[in-house]
Design a protein around this ligand. Sequence first.
Ligand code: NAD
Length: 371
Amino acid sequence: LVIGVLAETHPGERRLSVVPDVVKKYQGLGARVVMQKGAGLPAHFRDADFAEVALVERADEVCAEADVVFCVQPPAPATLAALKPGSVLLGLLQPWASAERARQLAEGQVTAFALELLPRISRAQSMDALSSQGAVAGYECALIAADHSPKFFPMLTYAAGTIRPAKVLVIGAGVAGLQAIATARRIGAMVEAYDVRPETREQVESLGAKFIDTGVAAAGSGGYARELTDEEKAKQAERLARAVAQCDALITTAALPGRPAPRIIGADMIARMKPGAVVVDMAADTGGNVEGTVAGDKVWINDVLVIGPTHIPSRMPVHASEMLAKNLFNFISPFIRDGALALDWEDEVISGSCLTHAGEIRHPGVKQALG
Ligand code: NAD
């Protein structure tokens, strides 16, 4: 079995789909590893760190040899065209983003697995790249907020008095939001949080934060939230407005699978925020939770700084790559035996994560969404 590792080409992407220790594990399972030269450099891994890996110059050379190809982001169309029919592509493939890409993979007879489609069952937690990368992003967003705030996050006692801790509001208490809460708490802020899924209350409180109850509950299928009705959105906005107006930093992490991020914070709410308040909109890449966010930029709205960071896990590529590489290994390694790949299509992790196989788009939700 030949495993191929592509260098990432998306601007701003610094993660790698393998790390040296994980490469050793594949080799231990009898696989040979082919990697593009310098692929690890943006994540601070040198070619010399990868023992016994065959290094090639170009992506198409990786594809020409590999039976299983790893990537972080979807490869460029020319690279997809170079994949061998019957080969496996595995990574964060943004399955909902491009019908053309899905068709190209299907027509190329590539078996593509998108980790965004992984069923969120207990058994699959160790493979869950959305969770691992969400945790990285949540941590980073809390640090970005602290870094841009004109105030201390912790309470600070000094010779002339005491400075009160900053108030941080986190909206969306999924994996990323919980990590943002935990990080802001560790830096000493007072934290409030809100999510439409009522079960998050306990998790929020266990981190020492206060849960804001808006009376809107919207648990959808698969452990995710559903989209709110207009009436629910109005009720939510009314209850959140006060907390937004009182906070020093607002971190928004709300997302809906495969759909644009819900717009939760309107311009009217931003207008009522304190001067010098900071907003970090983690959902900037998918449309933003905040009106006025510019993805990849910082904008002042009156005296409030609204930050729309993109490629957030790439801000700490060493650990983000390590976590992602382990997720990918845990996904595929149970099916590598005696140096060969034998996928079990009865396994719901395999069938549920499959984007394309045998010339077809396999995932029913994606197939329907892409039309
Ligand atoms: P996500 O990134 O899709 O969404 C982030 C959060 O935004 C979610 O908590 C969601 O409820 C919230 N949200 C959506 N619309 C909102 C709105 N209008 N207002 C406020 N909040 C809103 O979610 P995620 O963090 O990837 O995880 C979603 C769920 O899946 C969580 O319950 C998580 O614990 C669960 N999960 C299970 C497993 C597993 O068992 N394998 C793994 C990871 C996550």
